[in-house]
Design a binder for this molecule. Structure first.
Ligand code: SF4
Ligand code: SF4
Length: 308
């Protein structure tokens, strides 16, 4: 069996389960690291910020008991999650963009599935967390939009990426190259026009991250003075440029059933303590709708939305 046919026996069942993936030689991980560093520097990130981002990703070759020969990058569609919070006697719905719910569990599950599919051939796979958008776009799995969001055919941007490494040899025909821009971006500026903070610059491809709402409401740093309260519309993140994007027209955004929180639960969540006061049932609901991202940060963002 060639390595290409071995991987076909993995990728085809994954696709039937709604997971699209690419496999590339593990040596590419070093290049992915270098490209991600370069992109962050080009975006003007301070060294301290780059160091903070690096805490969330793994670089280079992972330490595993088996030789690492290939890396799999995968994507699966994810729903918009919602929470109905009870605030001063009223039910208030808040939105959480896809990929916050299951941020860690979904990549773990995809890695487990790749491992299961490789086992009959005598190989295995282990979760790895390289810079995922860089890996996905260089492997040809995804393309960048002008908003610097990654799009996968059929899924649009409503997705979650994950990666794993394997001791199986990579396919002989693994594609690789510079990240490509979505074709439509050449003649479209919908995201640029709708962005509430002017983060998508006509003068350059790289996002003005320091202007992006997602950057600020995912950070525990105080909001900058110029950021108007009215632009907040999600518990975390921002949907504006993705909602307006024509690349998402044919990618169905599934809305998950809202998780309901009563007045006492909402008050505890918004108080933003370390989670000790939350029951296991409340914590499970928070996880299902992606509000377990960071309890203190979510509490701050929710206060803004609820008090608006
Ligand atoms: S809205 Fe238009 S320009 Fe922006 S990412 Fe989508 S297709 Fe590209
Ligand atoms: S996520 Fe929001 S703030 Fe950031 S670029 Fe898109 S529309 Fe602008």
């Amino acid at each position: 069996m060639t390595s290409t046919s071995l991987w076909r026996g993995v990728l085809e069942p994954l696709e039937a389960e709604g997971i699209v993936a690419r496999v590339v030689p593990a040596e590419r991980l070093e290049e992915v690291r270098a490209r991600a560093d370069e992109a962050m520097t080009a975006a003007g990130f301070a060294p301290a910020v780059i160091a903070r981002i690096r805490l969330d990703i793994e670089h280079g070759f992972p330490q595993t008991e088996h030789p690492v020969r290939s890396v799999v990058v995968a994507a699966r569609g994810r729903p918009l999650t919602q929470a109905d919070l009870t605030w001063h006697g009223e039910s208030r719905r808040v939105l959480v963009p896809p990929h916050y719910a299951g941020y860690r569990d979904v990549p773990r599950a995809m890695a487990r599935r790749v491992d299961e599919l490789l086992r009959p051939a005598g190989f295995g796979a282990t979760l790895h967390q390289p810079p995922l958008k860089t890996l996905a776009t260089c492997s040809g799995l995804a393309r960048y939009g002008r908003n610097n969001v990654a799009y996968v055919p059929g899924l649009g941007s409503w997705l979650q990426f994950g990666a794993c490494v394997s001791d199986a040899p990579p396919p002989d025909d693994a594609a690789w190259g510079d990240p490509q821009l979505v074709d439509r971006c050449e003649r479209c500026s919908a995201c640029l026009r709708v962005c509430p903070t002017g983060a998508i610059g006509g003068d350059r491809f790289v996002l003005h991250t320091d202007r992006c709402l997602t950057w600020h409401n995912e950070s525990e740093d105080p909001f900058p003075d110029w950021l108007e309260t009215a632009v907040h519309h999600c518990a975390v993140g921002c949907l504006r440029c993705q909602q307006v994007c024509p690349e998402n027209v044919h990618a169905e955004l599934v809305r998950a059933i809202p998780e309901r929180f009563d007045e006492a639960e909402t008050a505890t969540i918004v108080a933003g303590d370390d989670g000790q006061a939350l029951s296991p049932a409340t914590r499970a609901k928070l996880a299902r709708c992606g509000l377990d991202y960071s309890l203190a940060l979510i509490a701050r963002n929710l206060r803004l939305l609820l008090e608006a």
